[in-house]
Design a protein around this ligand. Structure first.
Ligand code: AMP
Ligand code: MG
Length: 275
C-alpha cells in the first residue's frame, strides 16, 4: 500500500488544487468498516511511538490543522490522540490575537507554543490565519501579508532543522457540507455553544478563503513543511487519514527508548529489603 502521505501530499502547480480533490473522497481505504478494523491497532501504534518520542526527548512533531469553520479540527484532535499520553502533548488554539499578541510580530505567539524536545504539539489554527482571515478581511495592507509567505517558509525551515517535524493539514470540506454542519449545530441545544454568528459572515466569503488557501499551498508547501489535503466531508475518513499521517511520520522518525548504562545488579542489591 502506498503511504497516505504520498496520497494526500499537496502538489501545487499554479492552478487551483481544491477543485480537483473530492471532499467526499477516501483515498487509501475502501470504507468505514475497514477504517474501524484498523482503529485499535493504529491507536496502539501511535501510543507506543509517542511514548518512545517522549522518552527519547530529542526530536518533536508539530501538527498544524487548518480548515474552514466546522471542518472538524477539534474532532480530529480528539480522535487521533485519544490514546496518547497527555504529558507529551500540547494543543494550541489560535484565536483572534489578544492586545498583547497584536503588538508583536505575527510569529511571536506561535513561537511560544512550539514543541519542546519529545513533545507532539497540535495547532488548531496557526500562523496561517495571518495570511487567511487577515487577507480576506484586509486587516493589514497587501504588501504586508504578501511578505509573510517567505517569512513563514524561512521560519518553518528553521524550526524543522532544529529537530521538529512539521505536518500541515488542510481539512477539505465542501460548502454544502459546512451548511449541513452549521444546521446540525442549530438543531442540537448541546451544540449551540459552538455556534458563532460570525461563522455565517465567514461563510459568505467562501470563495475568497478558497483563493487564499490556494496561495498558501502554492507559496508555503516545502519539503521541510509539506501540506496534506485531507478530504473531510466524511468524518471517519478524516480521522483515519490524519491518524495515518501522524503514525507514518512517527514511524519514519523511529524513536527509541534511551538505554542508559545502568548497573542493574548493583541497583537491585541496593533495593534489597532491609533486615
Ligand atoms: P475558532 O477556531 O472557530 O474558535 O475561531 C477562532 C477565530 O479566530 C477564527 O475566526 C479565526 O479566523 C480567528 N483568528 C485566528 N487567528 C487570527 C489572526 N491572526 N487574526 C485574526 N483573526 C484570527
Ligand atoms: Mg469557529
Amino acid at each position: 500500500m502506498s503511504s497516505v502521505r504520498d496520497l494526500l501530499r499537496a502538489g501545487p502547480d499554479g492552478s487551483p488544487l481544491l477543485p480537483r480533490i473530492d471532499p467526499r473522497g477516501h483515498p487509501g481505504i475502501r470504507n468505514k468498516g475497514e477504517a474501524q478494523l484498523e482503529a485499535a491497532d493504529t491507536a496502539g501504534r501511535l501510543a507506543d511511538l509517542q511514548e518512545r518520542l517522549w522518552a527519547e526527548h530529542t526530536r518533536s512533531v508539530l501538527l498544524v490543522l487548518q480548515g474552514m469553520d466546522t471542518s472538524g479540527k477539534g474532532g480530529t484532535i480528539e480522535h487521533v490522540f485519544r490514546g496518547a499520553n497527555p504529558a507529551g502533548l500540547d494543543v494550541a488554539a489560535f484565536k483572534q490575537p489578544t492586545p498583547e499578541e497584536a503588538v508583536h510580530p505575527f510569529l511571536w505567539r506561535i513561537e511560544q507554543r512550539l514543541p519542546v524536545p519529545g513533545q507532539i504539539v497540535i495547532f488548531d489554527r496557526s500562523h496561517y490565519e495571518d495570511v487567511l482571515v487577515v487577507r480576506v478581511h484586509e486587516l493589514v495592507l497587501e504588501d504586508v501579508w504578501r511578505s509573510r509567505y517567505a517569512e513563514i517558509v524561512e521560519w518553518e525551515e528553521r524550526v524543522a532543522s532544529a529537530g521538529t517535524t512539521i505536518i500541515k493539514v488542510y481539512l477539505h470540506i465542501s460548502y454544502d457540507e459546512q451548511r449541513a454542519r452549521l444546521l446540525a449545530r442549530l438543531d442540537d441545544p448541546d451544540k449551540h455553544w459552538k455556534f458563532n454568528e460570525g461563522d455565517i459572515r465567514e461563510r459568505a466569503r467562501w470563495p475568497d478563503y478558497m483563493s487564499a488557501y490556494e496561495d498558501v499551498f502554492l507559496q508555503t508547501h516545502s519539503d521541510a513543511a509539506p501540506w496534506y489535503i485531507v478530504p473531510a466531508n466524511r468524518k471517519w475518513y478524516r480521522n483515519w487519514a490524519v491518524e495515518r499521517l501522524v503514525v507514518e511520520t512517527l514511524e519514519e522518525l523511529d524513536p527509541s527508548f534511551p538505554r542508559p548504562d545502568l548497573d542493574v545488579e548493583a541497583l537491585r542489591e541496593r533495593l534489597a529489603p532491609s533486615s
